[in-house]
Design a protein around this ligand. Structure first.
Ligand SMILES: [Zn+2]
Length: 473
C-alpha cells in the first residue's frame, strides 16, 4: 500500500501560501507554487516535524540527513514540470505497524515515509469526468501543499488486511493531529499494488497499481475484485500486465488506465534548490517527548480501567470526544463507566443537535467531573443531574446551580419517611414480596420515592431508610 496523507500545516510545503480547503480557485498561490522563473522553495519546518511524528509512531528510523529530489513529468496540474519529493534518501525508513486480525496481531513492515508536495487540481468542463469534457480548468491552490507518502512492505495478504492497515494508518494520523484523514475530500489517498502467485511460490507475481479508492470499503472491494480479475486472467492462460488501474466505486471493478511507469522513467535527481534536510538530536528529542498518546496505548489504558469494549471503540473513533473524556477523568478518582455514559450519552446527543461541542465545551471537564462526583457521593440523584444539565451548558458549575436554583436535596430522615410510608401503603403487592424474602424489591420503593420527590431525595439516604421502614412494616 502507498498512502498519501495531506499534512494539516497552515501553509504550504515550500511557500507561505495558505493550505485552506475550499478557497476560490487560484487565490492561495504565489510565484513559488506556480513555478515562476527565479522563485525558490523554502522548507516548512512544521511539515518536517509532522512527518517525523508519523515516523516515530510507526517505529521508523528517522534519518539524520535526507535529500529532496525532483521527480520529472509533465501534467497540466504541475506547473514546474517536476514534483519535489524524496527518493533514495527519505526522512523515515524501516518501520512497522500492528493490525488486529481475528486470528491475532499481524505485523506489517513500513518501508519508508517521505515528504513531498501535492499537485494542483484539474476541473473538467462539459462532462461529468475527463471523458467527453470539452476543456479543463486548472486550480493551483493545492499545488505545493505538504504530503507524506507512507509505503508498506509487501506483507499484506488479503483485502481485509489492506482495509485494516489503512484504517490503522488513518487513526494514527488523526490522533497525532497531523492529518484530518478525510478520504472523500482527498486528504488521505491510497494506492494498492496487487499481485497474486501460485500457492507455495516465494516469487511475487506481476503487480498492478490500483488507484482512486475513496473509502475503507473501496480499498477492500478494489482488492477483492482485482484479485479475482488477476486469477481469471492467469487461469485462462493469460499474463498480468504491469499497469495502473482505476477503481470505479459504482461497479466495484478496476479498469486499465495506463501502462505503469517505473522509477527510472522519472529521471529523479537531487533538488538543487534545497539543502539536504538535517534533523539534529535535540530537535528529535523534543518531538519525541511531546508525542501524543496513540490509539493502541489509549485502548490498553481504557481496558485496564475496565471500560466496556463498545465504549472504547466509540471513544477511539472520535479523538475530540476522547480528549474530553480524558480531561474529565484527569486527576480525579471517578467511575470511568459513569463518565463514559455522560460523554457518549447526553453530551453526544447534545453535540449531534449542535448544542454542545467537545472541542470548545460549554460544560468544562472540571464541571462535568464535579457533577459525576456529586452523583456518586449520593449528594444528589442522577435524575436531578440530568435536569440541571441545561444550566451547566450555560457555563455554571453544579454547585452554583444548586445554590442559585435553590435545588433542595431532601436528606433528613424525618422529611423522607412520610414519602417512604406512602410508597409502601400504595404498593401492597411488592411489600408482600419483600416480606417473603425478595429483598431486591427495595429498589422498586427507592424508585417510587425518587419519583414522588421529583428526584430531590438524596439517593443514599433513601436507600438506607427504605430498608429500615420495610423491615418494620
Ligand atoms: Zn505559494
Amino acid at each position: 500500500m502507498e498512502v498519501h496523507a495531506q499534512l494539516k500545516t497552515k501553509t504550504k510545503l515550500f511557500c507561505g501560501c495558505s493550505t485552506q480547503f475550499g478557497a476560490a480557485p487560484n487565490t492561495n498561490i504565489c510565484p513559488v507554487c506556480t513555478g515562476q522563473p527565479g522563485a525558490l522553495p523554502v522548507l516548512n519546518q512544521v511539515a518536517v516535524e509532522f512527518a517525523i511524528r508519523m515516523g516515530l509512531a510507526l517505529n521508523c528510523t528517522i534519518n539524520v540527513q535526507s535529500i529532496f529530489a525532483r521527480k520529472n513529468y509533465f501534467y497540466p496540474d504541475l506547473p514546474k514540470g517536476y514534483q519535489i519529493s524524496q527518493f533514495d534518501k527519505p526522512l523515515c525508513e524501516n518501520g512497522r505497524i500492528d493490525i488486529a486480525l481475528a486470528s491475532g496481531t499481524k505485523r506489517i513492515g513500513v518501508t519508508r515515509i517521505h515528504l513531498e508536495e501535492d499537485a494542483g487540481k484539474l476541473l473538467h468542463q462539459g462532462a461529468a469526468s475527463i471523458k467527453g469534457a470539452t476543456h479543463s480548468l486548472v486550480d493551483l491552490n493545492r499545488a505545493c501543499t505538504p504530503l507524506i507518502e507512507i509505503v508498506s512492505q509487501p506483507d499484506i495478504r488479503s483485502a481485509e488486511e489492506a482495509r485494516l492497515y489503512v484504517e490503522k494508518i488513518r487513526s494514527i494520523l488523526v490522533f497525532l493531529g497531523i492529518c484530518d484523514g478525510n478520504m472523500e475530500e482527498g486528504s488521505l489517498r491510497c494506492d494498492a499494488n496487487i499481485s497474486i502467485r501460485p500457492l507455495g511460490s516465494s516469487q511475487f507475481g506481476t503487480r498492478t497499481e490500483v488507484k482512486n479508492m475513496n473509502s475503507f470499503r473501496a480499498v477492500e472491494q478494489a482488492a477483492i475484485s482485482e484479485i479475482a480479475r488477476q486469477k481469471e486472467v492467469l487461469l485462462s492462460g493469460g499474463a498480468i500486465v504491469l499497469e495502473t488501474r482505476n477503481y470505479d466505486d459504482e461497479s466495484g471493478q478496476t479498469t486499465s488506465m495506463r501502462s505503469k511507469e517505473e522509477a527510472h522513467d522519472y529521471r529523479y535527481f537531487p533538488e538543487p534548490d534545497l539543502l539536504p534536510l538535517g534533523v539534529d538530536a535535540p530537535w528529535l528529542a523534543q518531538i519525541k517527548s511531546s508525542q501524543p498518546k496513540l490509539p493502541d496505548q489509549i485502548r490498553h489504558e481504557l481496558q485496564v480501567a475496565q471500560l466496556p469494549e463498545s465504549d472504547i471503540v466509540q471513544l477511539l473513533n472520535d479523538p475530540q470526544r476522547l480528549h474530553y473524556f480524558e480531561a474529565v477523568c484527569a486527576g480525579r478518582t471517578l467511575p470511568v463507566k459513569k463518565v463514559a455514559n455522560w460523554v457518549l450519552g447526553d453530551l453526544s446527543a447534545l453535540a449531534n443537535e449542535g448544542k454542545f461541542s467537545f472541542t470548545q465545551p460549554s460544560v468544562s471537564p472540571a464541571h462535568m467531573a464535579d457533577l459525576v462526583a456529586l452523583v456518586e457521593a449520593g449528594t444528589f440523584s442522577g435524575k436531578l443531574a440530568k435536569e440541571i444539565l441545561p444550566d451547566l451548558l450555560q457555563g455554571k458549575s453544579p454547585h452554583e446551580v444548586i445554590a442559585l436554583k435553590g435545588v433542595k436535596q431532601i436528606g433528613n430522615d424525618a422529611d423522607l419517611i412520610p414519602f417512604i410510608e406512602q410508597a409502601i401503603q400504595s404498593n401492597p403487592g411488592p411489600l408482600e414480596q419483600y416480606k417473603n424474602g425478595k429483598t431486591s424489591v427495595a429498589g422498586f420503593f427507592v424508585g417510587q420515592v425518587m419519583k414522588a420527590t421529583q428526584g430531590q431525595a438524596k439517593p443514599d439516604v433513601v436507600n438506607r431508610l427504605v430498608r429500615e421502614v420495610l423491615d418494620r412494616s
